[in-house]
Design a protein around this ligand. Sequence first.
Ligand code: NAP
Length: 209
Amino acid sequence: MKIAVFGARGKVGSIMAAGLAEAGHEVVPIDLGDPVELGGCDAAVDFTQPDAVEDNVAACVRAKLPCVIGTTGFDRAAVDRLAQEHNVRVFHAPNFAIGAVLMMRFAAEAARHMQKAEIVELHHETKVDAPSGTAKDTADAMGGDVPIHSVRLPGLIAHQEVILGGQGQTLTIRHDTTSRDAFVPGVLLALERVRELPAGLTVGLHALL
Ligand code: NAP
């Protein structure tokens, strides 16, 4: 496939562009200030920043391109509306690492059996949104009423701990992303499957597994 990568010079986008090329795709890199030329592309991937997503999706829907969004913290309702209006498929996972999807699933299961829980999410200091999309979705999957603590420090990539407390015991479920390569297989899977999804925005890697 010929795939446009929005944010191709960024921390994740650069690794994604290399990973997609290694998997045999042709990559069209588009970074801030570059012309948005989507002619001949089969799909697009976005790892930019929250306020850039809507414009990038608008360019994709005009070109009738399915789009896989990795950027977190954007207005999901607006993107869903845009994609539905133009009958285009858009997929978003707040976390493309398979281990993080399993962490969310295990946390939802554990929340049914433990009294209380809190989430600590830890990310590199340049992450602009807080709390993270993964933490918010984990809290939702656990029933909603789960406080989230955000840590932003150099040296971190993306990490999350879900700590559950019960009588005389705690349970900690922790996921660590040690390299941004962790996000490549999930994006490849989403690119393979995005055309089978209903028009509009579909959220969560679990929808594809
Ligand atoms: P980053 O290093 O700041 O990269 C973002 C890149 O996008 C930069 O090169 C930036 O250019 C570029 N950009 C900004 N606006 C743009 C636009 N309108 N069109 C094209 N490119 C644009 O950030 P990152 O760490 O790679 O993270 C990117 C996003 O992915 C964040 O929202 C982060 O939370 C998310 N993320 C998601 C996952 C997941 O699994 N879903 C995993 C990791 C990160 P400039 O530097 O010139 O501004």
